[in-house]
Design a binder for this molecule. Structure first.
Ligand code: GDP
Length: 506
């Protein structure tokens, strides 16, 4: 069976994702200094103008891939931008993982962003391990937290450990598996790795634990992998409690690479020929070069450097000479990669989000959605002679998944769509910095967009009556630009032979 575990961390900002990531990498021996994740991020950010936005707002726009090993297991951790305005990018990243860790702040419980991300995981049946963080601080009652997860997310919860007090009376975390306690040590009150038998537990907490062990169900691997049950670990990322148990849990329980549905049926990870799909494209990582890195999730086969792969829709193969494996410490040239691994493929715009790559040419993965934008804006050029540059920029940025672009059938006012407000700032700033195009974004007459599908005849007769509401996306596929949600419902009712969908599967 595969030794790959490809996962993401989902959380609300400030719950401790960055701190936990550092600790996971440290334990996995990938980096040597805690704090490096943020420090490296800062150095990277300084490189590109548009990334100033993330600096100013203290958020992380760029998502990256971190690979580490422990006890023969290879972990691929895909970082998801935490800010809610980047949810589309985050959603796409979640199409490339096999499981997720949900980090919850012990004092705050389930927060809005956690819930949103959880829904995406549920949609794709991504199994979840819960980590209740910051138990070294004053938190809510453990039962309250567990009940909230169970109720809010409709999941069975199984506590795998238990905090012995919190805040001022925090005495450590007890693991249920071997009934040992990790206790705070020294002035820093961190966990340094020594476990003790569980004795001298205050009476009220001993009672709690007894209640919990009797009251919650046993861990059930099947139910977890179906996404019906979440094992819950308690700990402190900052003080290093519970992190080793978490890594062990991923190694032991989290699923290996999953099969992926495609145009020719399910593709198993054991299949010998190489297949994969692009879930993210990052452009201009180095402003000196107009290069892009396409992130490919390997679905099957063993990739070898120099291999020729054919992107769906292109028809001719490309040779992948310098693929990149994203180790936390450094980017290394990969020689081989297996199902579950992520490789970065440098290219000049050939590869797009949603593309399938395969050694053979006739395969296309399904189920990688484009989301209907919630915010639409008209792009108005300050210098109208720059139309060509603008078109190129909008095509590029939509390829990258930063925005979606719609070219109306009538008129020349191009429309961009995003799922979050902040993407608009990124757009304007990147247009200027990278394409030397000054533009302003004005309110659009449209409120939302729907991809329409149907027979040629049905599409044509719809177009005859609605040409002022029709646009093409960057692939030339027809889109209905609606003035309101009501408009969508109305047209749907009047045109039962057409489907109006909020997502587009490539
Ligand atoms: P992110 O926004 O989810 O990446 O959160 P960070 O990892 O940046 O953490 C947010 C804040 O919470 C920082 O000030 C951390 O030092 C702090 N923090 C993270 N984990 C813990 C923990 O286990 N205990 C305590 N007391 N603070 C923590």
């Amino acid at each position: 069976m595969s030794n790959r575990r490809t996962f993401a961390i989902i959380s609300h900002p400030d719950a401790g994702k960055t701190t936990l990531t550092e600790k996971l990498l440290l334990q996995g021996g990938a980096i040597h200094l805690a704090g490096e994740v943020k420090a490296r991020g800062a150095a990277r950010r300084a490189r590109s103008d548009w990334m100033k936005i993330e600096q100013q707002r203290g958020i992380s726009v760029t998502s990256s891939v971190m690979t580490f090993q422990k006890d023969g297991v290879v972990f691929n951790l895909l970082d998801t931008p935490g800010h809610e305005d980047f949810s589309e990018d985050t959603y796409r990243t979640l199409t490339a993982v096999d499981s997720a860790i949900m980090v919850i702040d012990a004092a705050k419980g389930i927060e809005p962003q956690t819930r949103k991300l959880f829904e995406v995981c549920r949609m794709r049946s991504v199994p979840i391990i819960t980590f209740v963080n910051k138990v070294d601080r004053e938190g809510r009652s453990v039962f309250e937290t567990l009940d909230e997860v169970a109720d809010a997310l409709a999941l069975d919860v199984v506590p795998m450990s238990w905090p012995i007090g919190m805040g001022g009376i925090f005495q450590g975390v007890m693991s249920f598996a071997d009934e040992t306690i990790a206790r705070p040590e020294g002035d820093s009150r961190e966990f340094l790795g020594k476990r003790e038998p569980a004795v001298d537990i205050p009476e009220d907490i001993a009672e709690e634990i007894e209640l919990a062990r009797a009251g919650y169900p046993e861990f059930d691997l099947e139910a977890y992998r179906h996404g019906d049950l979440t094992p819950v670990y308690f700990g402190s990322a900052l003080k290093n409690f519970g992190v080793a148990e978490l890594i062990d849990a991923i190694a032991r329980y989290a699923p290996p690479p999953r099969p992926q549905s495609s145009s020719e049926g399910t593709v198993d990870p054991e299949r010998p020929d190489v297949t994969g799909f692009i879930f993210k494209v990052q452009a201009n990582m180095d402003p000196q070069h107009r290069d892009r890195i396409a992130f490919m999730r390997m679905v099957s086969g063993t990739f070898k450097r120099g291999m020729k792969l054919t992107p769906s829709g292109l028809g001719k193969p490309i040779a992948v000479h310098s693929p990149i494996l994203f180790f936390a410490q450094d980017r290394e040239i990969a020689d081989t990669a297996e199902a579950g691994d992520i490789i970065g493929i440098p290219n000049h715009g050939t590869l797009r989000v949603g593309d399938t790559l395969s050694e053979r040419n006739d395969l296309r993965f399904t189920g990688l959605p484009n989301f209907a934008p919630e915010i639409l804006r008209r792009v108005v050029l300050k210098d109208p002679t720059k139309t060509k540059q603008l078109r190129k920029a909008l095509d590029d940025l939509s390829e990258e998944g930063v925005i979606q672009v719609f070219y109306p059938e009538i008129g020349s006012q191009w429309i961009v769509g995003v799922v979050g407000q902040l993407q608009l700032d990124v757009l304007v700033s990147r247009l200027e910095a990278e394409y030397k195009v000054e533009a302003v974004l004005e309110p659009s007459p449209f409120d939302t967009a729907r991809w329409i599908k149907g027979s040629d005849a049905a599409l044509k007769s719809f177009a005859d009556f609605n040409s002022s509401n029709l646009a093409k996306d960057r692939d030339g596929d027809p889109v209905f630009m609606a003035r309101s949600a009501w408009d969508v419902g109305y047209q749907q009712e009047r045109n039962p032979e057409l489907t109006f969908s909020a997502t587009k599967e490539r």
